[in-house]
Each structure stands twice: as structure tokens, then as C-alpha cells.
Design a protein around this ligand. Structure first.
Ligand code: NAP
Length: 490
């Protein structure tokens, strides 16, 4: 899908882009990118807008001005400097706010060995893209203290959200002529959440027969990324796994100063460096603008400005390869300032690096996903998990629950503590003392569906013994259990 064209862009083929200078080194690296794009005659009209520390200090809890949101809504594209997450004032991260406002579900992090940047991996030809789901998973940030002693975070993975990011990964492979897409999950342990992601990957892969689709357990992926990173082409992951492994990946090619990213969504896309505001070097003309300029290259490709993207990228790569004027984070005492490095890139426009394989980029299509995916045919409630605040030993609580719920259509199947069955105790488990237990009730009649009225009656009886804090229905979809077993459960 093409990014939005604004009214004026239709007339002049000029693209309007929201520009957020950001905090710390943000204004310096953003100015560097702007200067290089202007020198490359990229047809962009910038709308400069505020977000971050200054906005928090004005008392706006989201850290993003309404005018900034309106601008991104209008342009559909933003280039953004890093935003400080306030400590001691303000509220949530302004980065996360922007991501949520515009549902930028697809985080792309290209990881490619750079000419002239020596790392322990130099010469291995590292060249892959981490595709991270950006809005679901634990980062929905839905947390509760279940009891004073036990916290819970919900890991939400949807079929639709998984399909969007996985299709995006395959579309990226097509657009960049890549041969393999790996999907790294923890499906061996998290069989329903990470397992859903893996299953959707296997479904979607059928639509891309020319691309090799490989699943890998995410811990092995971390190991492989360090041992043999050159084997990867595209890796798609759920949010938290992708967050952690994409930072690891950046370190393989020289670190945060070199890592660009794109946050793609159907309403808007935001391009930014992976690094933060680096306050220690802010305002000192010391920041390396490579990551932000590389993010601007991703933006130009998103806008369909393929030739200009290549020109800017080639000038940047030629500058790094020459090594004549590099920033101090790379060159140490022999280094130059942000401005001098930027001027060197501008001088090198029209040149290309001598030894760097060229990739023939095509414009990336954002996938369309059918609304109906994931719908189950038959849905039957077969029981309920009731989480209670209770410090009593399970061996004592169990018989009391059985007595209090006798005669109901649901009966206690087991009690568990942090996912392990502790009552009835057939193997001599001694649970850690705690204040949170899960009571699993199953329908007395295996063939009967459990009604809401039966669950409400059950809760009334349980409440007489211990305060219940959470209830979760146990369902079957199309005859298959839609819940996991506890360790030790038959
Ligand atoms: P950071 O700003 O990335 O800085 C960590 C260190 O990395 C810096 O002190 C600096 O090292 C080096 N560095 C980072 N970018 C560089 C560049 N372009 N050129 C040269 N050196 C660079 O991480 P942080 O200190 O954890 O975070 C600072 C603030 O940024 C926090 O408020 C955080 O919330 C925010 N942040 C924002 C984003 C975002 O907007 N997307 C992302 C991450 C963090 P030396 O000190 O050794 O020079």
C-alpha cells in the first residue's frame, strides 16, 4: 500500500513529512538527515512538530502535542529524533504513545555490515532484517497486582495481528529479493500465544512458495545470531522477543549509532534511529547521525523515492568506507563533529562504495488482512479457573473448596500455584508459600456446556472461603481445549 499523498503532493509530487527533532542529540542528527536529503534534492516539505521532554514539561501527559498528532494524521509519514522518557515528571513514553495512536504494528530493523566499520564480525556479510510486531504481546502493558504478593501481565497475541506482521515479513522478503524468512518463537513453552504466532507463520508461508520459511525457537535464534548471523535474511518475531533480539542484532554491525528503524502502519509510518537521546553528548556536535540518515533512507523508499534513497545511502556508505571524516564514536580522537561528517556525506553524493553488494529494492507493499481470520466454528465452555487470594496450604484449602462447591455442575479438578498443580498432590510437591492460588473447576458432565449462571453460583460459594480476584472461562474451540494444562495436570 502506498503512503498517503497529501493535497499539495498530488500537484507537485512533493511529499509532506512530519519532522520531530526530539530530545538530546535528536535535533543534531535530525538536522544532519535534513541537510543530506536537501542536498540530494529529495522532494520533501517538512512540517516541524514537537514531542518529548518539552511537551511533558508543558504538562501534556502523553508527551505529544495534539498538533503533532494532527500533522502525522495528515502527512502519514514522520521522521523522528529520539524522545526522552521522563523520570520524575510526565507520564508514559511518548514513543509508545505515538506507536499506539497510529498502530504502527510493523517495526523493521535492518542489520547490515557497513563498509569501514570494524567489528568482530567484519567480513562475514551480515545482512538481515528483524521484523518485530510492535503493538501486541506483553507491550499492550496490561498488568494487575492479582494479590499484594503476585503481579500479572497479559500477553495478548491475536491471529489478525500475527498475520499482519508475518505477511509484512514475507512482503519485505519479496521487495528486497530475499530468500528465507525465519520465525523465532517460544512456542515450545507458550503453546497458545507464541504457538498461535508459529501456526499463523506456517499458514501464511503457503502463500509465498518461492521463499523458504523456517521456524526456530527464540533462545536458539539468540545463540545462532551470535554464532552464525550471516545465515539470516528476514526474522519475524512477537514484540518482546523482537525488542530484545533486534538490539542484540544492532551490536553485531557496530552498535546503536548505526541502527535505523521503520515503524509501519496502515494510517501512518514513523522512521527513527534505534538509539535514544544520549544526553551526555547532546549539543556537543559529537553525535553520529548514521542511524537517523539510514532511517531517512528507509523513509525515502517508503515514499517510493528509490533513486534518491540509493543516492543518499551510497554517499553515506562511501563516507564510512573512506574513513576520512568519521564521528568520534567510530574514530576516537581522530574523529570529526556531526556537522563535518554530514558535509562529507553531502560531498560524496553521486559516489558509491567500492566494495558493497548492491540490493535492488522494490517498494514494500503493506499487506491487507481479511477481518474474518481466526474465527472458531464451535465454542463450548467446559470449566472455569478462579484465582483466589489465599495463603492457606493447598492441602487444607482443597477439601474445604470441595465441600463448599458440592452439588454444583462444576467441581474442583485441581489447585495450582504459578502454573504447577499442587492439589491433589500425588507426587509430594511442596509449594512455595504465597498468597495467590488458582482453582480449576471442570464440568461434572463431560458432554455439557457450562452456563454463566453456574459460574456465578460457583464464585459465590468460593467467595465464602477466600476472596476471588480473577475468573477465566475454560473453553473448547471446535472441540479442542483453548487453555493450557498445568505442570503435573493429566
Ligand atoms: P541512548 O540515548 O541510546 O545512549 C546510550 C549511549 O549510546 C550514549 O550515552 C552514547 O554513548 C551512545 N550513543 C547513542 N546514540 C549515539 C549516537 N547517535 N552517536 C554517538 N553515540 C551514541 O540510551 P539511554 O542513555 O539509555 O537513553 C537516553 C534517553 O533516550 C532516555 O530518556 C530513553 O528513554 C530515551 N530513548 C529514546 C528512544 C527513542 O526515542 N526511540 C530509544 C531509546 C532510548 P557514549 O556515552 O559512550 O558516548
Amino acid at each position: 500500500m502506498s503512503p498517503k499523498k497529501t493535497k499539495s503532493s498530488k500537484k507537485t509530487s512533493e511529499h509532506r513529512v512530519t519532522l520531530i527533532p526530539g530530545d538530546g542529540i535528536g535535533p543534531e542528527v535530525v538536522a544532519a538527515a535534513q541537510a543530506v536529503l536537501a542536498a540530494a534534492e529529495a522532494p520533501i516539505r517538512w512540517q516541524t512538530c514537537l514531542a518529548g521532554a518539552e511537551v511533558f514539561k508543558k504538562g501534556v501527559a502523553s508527551g505529544v502535542l495534539p498538533e503533532t498528532v494532527a500533522s502525522i494524521r495528515e502527512t502519514g509519514v514522520a521522521l523522528k529524533g529520539p524522545l526522552e522518557t521522563p523520570v520524575g515528571y510526565g507520564g508514559k513514553s511518548a514513543n509508545v504513545t505515538l506507536r499506539k495512536y497510529f498502530e504502527t504494528y510493523g517495526n523493521l530493523r535492518p542489520v547490515r555490515e557497513l563498509p569501514g566499520i570494524r567489528t568482530p564480525y567484519s567480513g562475514r556479510g551480515i545482512d538481515f532484517v528483524v521484523v518485530r510486531e510492535n503493538v501486541e504481546d506483553l507491550y499492550a502493558g496490561i498488568e494487575h497486582m492479582q494479590t499484594p504478593g503476585t503481579a500479572q501481565a497479559l500477553k495478548l497475541i491475536s491471529h489478525r495481528g500475527s498475520e499482519k506482521i508475518i505477511r509484512l515479513a514475507f512482503e519485505l522478503a519479496r521487495a528486497e529479493g530475499r530468500k528465507t524468512v525465519h520465525c523465532a518463537t517460544k512456542a515450545n513453552i507458550l503453546k497458545l500465544t507464541e504457538g498461535l504466532f508459529k501456526r499463523v507463520f506456517e499458514e501464511v508461508a503457503q502463500d509465498y512458495p518461492e521463499i523458504r520459511a523456517e521456524h526456530m525457537i527464540v533462545d536458539n535464534c539468540a545463540h545462532q545470531m551470535v554464532m552464525r548471523p550471516e545465515q539470516f535474511d528476514v526474522i519475524v518475531m512477537t514484540n518482546m522477543n523482537g525488542d530484545i533480539l533486534s538490539d542484540l542484532a544492532s551490536a553485531l554491525i557496530g552498535g546503536l549509532g548505526f541502527a535505523p528503524s521503520a515503524n509501519l502502519g496502515d494510517q501512518a509510518s514513523i522512521f527513527e534511529a534505534v538509539h535514544g537521546s544520549a544526553p551526555q553528548i547532546a549539543g556537543k556536535d559529537m553525535a553520529n547521525p548514521t542511524a537517523l540518515i539510514s532511517s531517512a533512507v528507509l523513509m525515502l523508499r517508503h515514499l517510493g523515492e528509490m533513486a534518491r534513497a540509493d543516492a543518499v545511502e551510497n554517499a553515506l556508505l562511501a563516507t564510512l568506507e573512506d574513513g576520512k571524516a568519521l564521528t568520534t564514536d567510530i574514530a576516537g580522537h581522530a574523529g570529526v563533529g556531526t556537522k563535518a561528517f554530514t558535509q562529507e556525506i553531502i560531498k560524496n553524493l553521486g559516489r558509491a562504495p567500492k566494495s558493497y553488494p548492491r540490493r535492488d529494492y522494490k517498494r514494500l507493499r503493506l499487506p491487507r488482512v481479511d477481518d474474518a481470520t481466526g474465527a472458531a466454528v464451535a465454542h463450548r465452555v467446559v470449566g472455569a479457573d478462579v484465582i483466589v487470594e489465599c495463603a492457606e496450604a493447598p492441602a487444607a484449602l482443597g477439601p474445604r473448596v470441595e465441600a463448599a462447591t458440592a452439588g454444583l455442575s462444576l467441581k474442583l479438578a485441581q489447585i495450582s500455584s504459578r502454573g504447577a498443580k499442587v492439589y491433589p498432590d500425588e507426587v509430594g510437591v511442596t509449594p512455595e508459600p504465597g498468597d495467590c492460588l488458582r482453582l480449576r473447576f471442570k464440568s461434572v458432565r463431560a458432554d455439557a456446556a457450562v452456563s454463566d449462571a453456574a459460574i456465578l453460583e460457583l464464585l459465590t460459594r468460593v467467595a465464602g472461603l477466600a476472596p476471588w480476584v480473577h475468573v477465566e472461562k475454560l473453553s473448547e474451540f471446535d472441540g479442542k481445549p483453548a487453555f493450557t494444562k498445568d505442570s503435573g495436570e493429566d
